[in-house]
Design a protein around this ligand. Structure first.
Ligand code: HEC
Length: 112
């Protein structure tokens, strides 16, 4: 599996990008269309990111950044890459936002 980052010097780039230890069987709702698109498109360059890496506020920008990488790779044909269609991008963002990190809303406490 593309998981360990402790392989010593010369670790393949692909392994080094993502924090290790997250696998597709750990995904919530893994049969849902959003999860399936997420697995299809988001493991082409690195191992599967844990949806809890980001919150609903952050995921859209992360996915837009990844779209840019995918489009460029596809354009310059450095690697054969499948780029999701707009509605698939929306499904991925919706899935990640639903299952992402919950933002902690600080509750104001009285000082004494
Ligand atoms: C074309 C290759 C490619 C594809 C496909 C790809 N990524 Fe990435 N991803 C990268 C590269 C390169 C990095 C490291 C550089 C960076 O962080 O911008 C990265 C880093 C990340 C990170 C860690 C950095 C951060 O912003 O938290 C996350 C999370 C991530 N990708 C999520 C995704 C998701 C979600 C998808 C699917 C929509 C995806 N990636 C598809 C290339 C790709």
């Amino acid at each position: 599996m593309l998981s360990s980052v402790n392989d010593g010097p010369g670790i393949p780039y692909k392994k080094a990008i993502m924090p290790s230890g997250f696998f597709s069987h750990q995904l919530e709702d893994r049969e849902s269309p959003g999860a399936i698109k997420f697995m299809t498109f988001c493991m082409q360059c690195h191992s599967l990111p844990d949806p809890k890496l980001h919150s609903a506020k952050e995921w859209p920008a992360v996915v837009v950044n990844m779209m840019d990488k995918m489009q460029r790779k596809a354009l310059y044909k450095r690697k054969s890459i499948s780029v999701p269609k707009n509605e698939e991008v929306d499904q991925i963002i919706a899935y990640l936002s639903l299952h992402g990190l919950r933002d902690v809303v600080p509750t104001p406490k009285p000082l004494n």
